[in-house]
Design a protein around this ligand. Structure first.
Ligand code: ATP
Ligand code: MG
Length: 497
């Protein structure tokens, strides 16, 4: 049966020593439980691993559960390749049960070759990593080492904050979709698996990647962002992998690449769909053996970097069109996450708007500005084709433009001919005209001649402007009455695109 293809002697690096603790002079090894139903494989693994770990074994679920309860191993290797049939999801059930008892346990699942569905499900349930058969001992030993290190780090970390609806790191959102994303982040943060974040532009992919890093034991180490689409193809290889002196024209001196700079931390590869085929090959090689060679170099450099990638393209389609390598896709989509567009989680619009109001009022040193009820309902019904980024830009701009302490739809660009995402000068001029006319009329209690004087224009000009923007001076005549939204009659509406 499928199993160990390469038994090798164990040569421990110095980074492995901390997991062997000394207690009153006696060496206590960390505990590793192997749950495998093939006795010969269990034997081979035991021989290969017992120098370094206290290896416990179990041949079936009930034996595994009993040993787990008694011994509390820090790391478990769980073979899912045999117990998985649609009617007997024993391995996954065991995984769930063990994690419920001891959530800090790092469980590495072993799946049959190309069994993505089970691997994915296992990671969703909280597995630390997965490994597809056949097992290459050196590779799985690397994963085991990482699992023990993560367990140790996790013990030292502060207890993880509970999920709050209003904020999760820098993420705002109370919708069901966002709550699921928070849960996903918590799960995958504890594992060390590559993540592929999909979603339309402006949905918050980079923020989610950062939150995963922040929740993971790598959080005190670097988080490096590379926008693969923004770097010219000729430079990207050097950017990612670094170069030696003289590797190419202009390569003065040795330079470390972003992967090397991210060592012990996380690298976020944004717009991964833009990678050229040769760089895809190099990245795949790195994902397989976690080693790089700088451009023009010969030395292999071992790296411990977690990959989080993002795309707003349909990578599956790119793969079918041979623009994206299937093997790289399979490596990356180990655990995919799709962030829903803002229009599908309208409950998040107002909390996000409030968040940006606070943020930009603070930044622009203005007292806190609020939204009028009409502005709120406009924000709620707009389809946000550019998602959260668009909402953020809109609020930022409105705070700049408004002289009031309340934002009305007009200053947000609603009620005008242009859509809310219009950033052209003509649109800005309209918004400013409306705001200044309203303000002058308000200050002068609806007396047009005085308002015109304040504005530095003639009465005739002001009447023209009032006509153009459907502003009625009578409505400003009551003392202390703030202009209402109705003062600006909508001249157009924002249509769903
Ligand atoms: N849930 C959120 N809470 C707070 N801010 C958010 C949220 N989602 C997105 N943002 C903000 O929206 C802007 C866009 O987010 P981000 O850059 O993460 O999007 P993206 O999906 O990576 O976009 P692109 O595909 O264009 O690179 C950022 O300024 C970010 O801070
Ligand atoms: Mg981005």
């Amino acid at each position: 049966m499928g199993g160990l293809v390469a038994a090798s002697t164990l040569e421990l690096g110095s980074n492995e020593l901390p997991r062997i603790k000394k207690k009153k002079g006696i060496i206590v090894k960390s505990k590793l439980l192997l749950v495998y139903d093939e006795e010969n494989i269990v034997q081979q693994m035991r021989w290969a691993l017992e120098t370094d770990y206290h290896v416990l074994t179990a041949l079936n679920e009930s034996e595994a559960a009993a040993t787990f309860q008694r011994e509390k191993p820090q790391v478990v290797i769980l073979d899912l390749s045999h117990s998985q049939t649609p009617t007997a999801p024993g391995g996954l059930r065991l995984l769930d049960q063990l994690l419920e008892q001891e959530p800090s346990t790092r469980i590495i699942v072993v799946t049959a070759h190309n069994d993505d569905a089970n691997a994915l499900q296992a990671v969703r349930l909280g597995a630390f990593d997965y490994y597809s058969k056949p097992i290459v001992l050196d590779e799985i030993k690397g994963i085991i080492r990482r699992a023990f290190r993560f367990h140790q780090l996790h013990q030292r970390l502060q207890p993880i904050n509970s999920i709050s609806g209003q904020g999760f790191h820098c993420l705002i959102g109370i919708s069901k979709g966002m709550q699921e994303i928070y849960r996903f982040i918590d799960r995958v943060a504890l594992s060390d698996i590559s993540v592929l974040i999909c979603g339309e532009s402006g949905t918050g992919k980079e923020l989610v990647a950062h939150a995963i890093h922040q929740r993971s034991p790598r959080r005190d180490n670097p988080f490096i962002v590379v926008n693969c689409g923004a770097i010219p193809e000729a430079l990207l290889e050097g950017e990612l992998f670094g170069h030696e002196e003289g590797a190419f024209t202009g390569a003065f001196g040795q330079k470390k690449g972003k992967l090397e700079l991210a060592n012990t931390g996380t690298i976020f590869l944004d717009e991964i769909g833009e990678l050229s085929p040769p760089i895809q090959v190099k990245l795949l090689r790195f994902l397989q053996d976690r080693k790089i060679e700088r451009v023009g170099g010969t030395q292999q450099i071992d790296l411990d970097v977690r990959i989080i990638a993002a795309t707003n393209r349909d990578l599956k389609k790119d793969m079918e069109n041979h623009l994206f390598r299937e093997d790289l896709y399979c490596r990356l989509k180990i655990i995919p996450l799709t962030i829903p567009p803002l229009r599908e989680r309208t409950e998040d619009i107002l909390p996000l708007a409030q968040h940006f109001l606070k943020k930009y009022c603070r930044e622009q040193r203005k007292p806190l500005i609020s939204l009028s009820p009409e502005a709120e309902s406009k924000l709620l019904s707009y389809p946000w084709p550019e998602n959260v980024r668009q909402l953020e830009n809109l609020i930022n701009r409105a705070i700049l433009l408004t002289p009031d302490s309340v934002l009305y739809p007009s200053v947000l660009g609603f009620g005008l001919d242009q859509a809310a995402n219009d950033v052209n000068l003509k649109h800005a001029k309209k918004v400013i005209e409306i705001e200044y006319v309203q303000r002058a009329l308000l200050r002068n209690k609806g007396i047009v001649s005085r308002a015109a004087r304040d504005l530095g224009i003639s009465r005739v000009n002001l009447y023209e402007l009032m006509g153009k923007h459907a502003i009625n001076s009578d409505e400003f005549k009551t003392p202390n009455l703030r202009p209402q939204r109705q003062h600006v009659r909508p001249t157009g509406s924002i249509s769903k695109t």
